[in-house]
Design a protein around this ligand. Structure first.
Ligand code: ATR
Length: 270
């Protein structure tokens, strides 16, 4: 029987997830369909339930419903629990609604496998303290960086996050002013500053030699990417690889098979 999956969000027309999952299904020979669902802003839970009772097997969840999905899940993976956000729902036969968050795993996989950037022993700067930053913290820390500094425009939010991850002594938090004289091997932009074409106030010497700049957004050359180019980052990446890798991780959770991602990333870039 053909199994049904979808991505749910608002807006949703721009989503590349149906393309990505169709490519994964072809490649792995899995019998499934994958559609895009526009949920009303005040009707997420109802739309999810409709899809589930119709026999849907799983959903990817995107803006602005990741926190609602986290609340709706009846069971959470550890990484989703800590992220306080869910981007993947799996509907089990016993009516369990499993919530997972594959964003961080997708980022880590893109960094390590696609960009050849091992994180162990590295100094990481994570910009932002909202949902996007929270979603990637645990998987980044699991790679054992020597330092992970959370910097945020509103420093109190960075400190709050640091406290939640106090089991990890390498986590620091602060403001952009605190970054003076500091250098990082990997600088990740998990802020939404790119959407408004703004640049967070990074000091010019923030990139170590061989430093990598990672923009979690994709589809546009953001001020952060331009800044990285002009201030000595050796490698600059956007979030397209992360998008495909988080999808592959969701596909693995649903189907037990991990698709190859390289060709799919290549297709999307083309
Ligand atoms: P998301 O789910 O995408 O993380 P969010 O939870 O609204 O969205 O968080 C947005 C993040 O981007 C926040 O860390 C925000 O900083 P504040 O907490 O100070 O608001 C950050 N951000 C947005 N625009 C920014 C800008 N122009 N410069 C620096 N940080 C910015």
């Amino acid at each position: 029987m053909t199994d049904r999956y979808a991505v749910i969000g608002n807006p949703i027309a721009h989503s590349k997830s149906p393309l990505i999952h169709a490519a994964f299904a072809r490649q792995t020979g899995q019998d499934l369909t994958y559609e895009a669902i526009l949920a009303p802003l005040d009707g997420f839970a109802e739309r999810v339930e409709k899809f589930r009772v119709e026999g849907g097997k799983g959903l990817n969840v995107t803006v602005p419903f990741k926190v609602e999905a986290w609340r709706l899940a009846s069971q959470l993976t550890e990484r989703a629990r800590l992220a306080q956000a869910v981007n993947t729902l799996k509907f089990e036969a016993d009516d369990t609604i499993l919530g997972d968050n594959t964003d961080g795993a997708g980022l880590v996989r893109d960094l390590i496998h696609n960009l050849g950037c091992a994180l162990q022993g590295k100094r990481i700067l994570l910009m932002g303290a909202g949902g996007a930053a929270r979603g990637v913290l645990l998987p980044l820390l699991e790679q054992q960086p020597v330092a992970l500094f959370i910097v945020n425009r509103t420093p109190a939010k960075a400190h709050e996050l640091q406290q939640q991850f106090s089991a990890y002594s390498q986590v620091e938090a602060g403001s952009y002013q605190d970054l003076a004289e500091r250098q990082f091997d990997v600088v990740i932009n998990a802020t939404s500053s790119g959407l408004s074409d703004e640049l967070p106030p990074l000091p010019p010497g923030v990139f170590a030699a061989d430093g990598l700049a990672y923009e979690m957004m994709y589809g546009r050359d953001t001020p952060f990417m331009k800044f990285a180019r002009e201030h000595g980052a050796a490698c600059i990446a956007d979030g397209l690889g992360m998008l495909v890798e988080q999808a592959a991780e969701a596909f693995l959770l649903w189907r037990g098979v991990r698709p190859e991602t390289e060709a799919v990333i290549g297709q999307l870039r083309a």
